[in-house]
Ligand binder design. Sequence first.
Ligand code: SAH
Length: 355
Amino acid sequence: MDETTRPHLDTIFRRLIAATGPISVAHYMAEANAHYYAHRDPLGSAGDFITAPEISQMFGEMIGLWLADLWTRAGKPDPCHYVELGPGRGTLAADALRAAARYGLSPTIHLVEGSEELRAMQRMRIAGAHWHDTLETVPQDAPMLLVANEFFDALPVRHIVATEQGWRERMVAHDGERFLPIAGERPLDTLVPEIFAQAPAGTIIETSPASAAIAFEIARRLKQQHGTALIIDYGYAEPRTGSSLQAVKDHEKVDPFSNPGETDLSALVNFGDLGRIAEAQEIDFSGPVGQGFWLRTLGIEHRAAALASSSPDAQADIASALHRLTDHAEMGDLFKVCAMTSPRWPQGEGFDVTI
Ligand code: SAH
């Protein structure tokens, strides 16, 4: 359908809310992002936001080296599956697989991507890949090397809000002019962690059942088929309150409750939850550590120096990319890296903060 005949999600949501009442924040976010990603390439300077692999090839290369090192120490299992969740333009996969191939790692490639538009871009960059709508259909017959960069932050979050009457699901209503969040009627007191139970009215607790379900499936597979999962995203490790739901359009933050489906909605990833989910299934969990620390430990500065000496004209660009990826005021601290690894495998590099 083209832009002129496709009804705006705005209209669809307004009709739905008028007919059946307010919808949950999670429902709103899930539909809005499915619509958003289905109809555009949001990445890069001409898009709405930029991600680490689009900043520099060094990012994907470090991931490729990390995978190849772990795979080598695990005894070079063959066959082996490279699995990426939400590969965007396919840049990370292309850079990582090129770097890994130098060490003899040439896995089969499975890309989990919901957007047809982005699948078309991935097809142009990655030869011989298989595409999946969800992780469910990815083969389970060999160890997997899974990568997810800025995937979990796009998954829907559920909001629980404190009111004078108790904890309620936070919903999205429409007042005739605009969408707005309100406290719903459904009591959710039993879902609130003990430490927050007495929080004042207005406090919001964010959880992501969708992320938890995928993390659970990753851990279950690692236990059964072995391998590792490298997850990189912006997020936090300690329990916290407050909404982190944000919308971005043209590289600017905008109101998440206006223009649904036309802005990128994301929320911080709860790395503490990912760790608990892994450990509950006896999967080793490393991190989270800052992206800057992880990349430096793996030697990104040496890679930058090598690239700069082979193309002196690009020296300033390489230095600026290195700064954006690793500096604490840029992506270095807010973005975090963690790994889930099956206990039969060795531990991945870059998580030892005691050195
Ligand atoms: N990893 C890429 C792209 C990040 S944008 C990069 O770092 O550049 C988020 C990606 O996740 C997009 O490819 C988007 O289409 C995909 N995505 C978001 N929600 C998804 C879902 N529920 N199922 C499958 N893919 C999804």
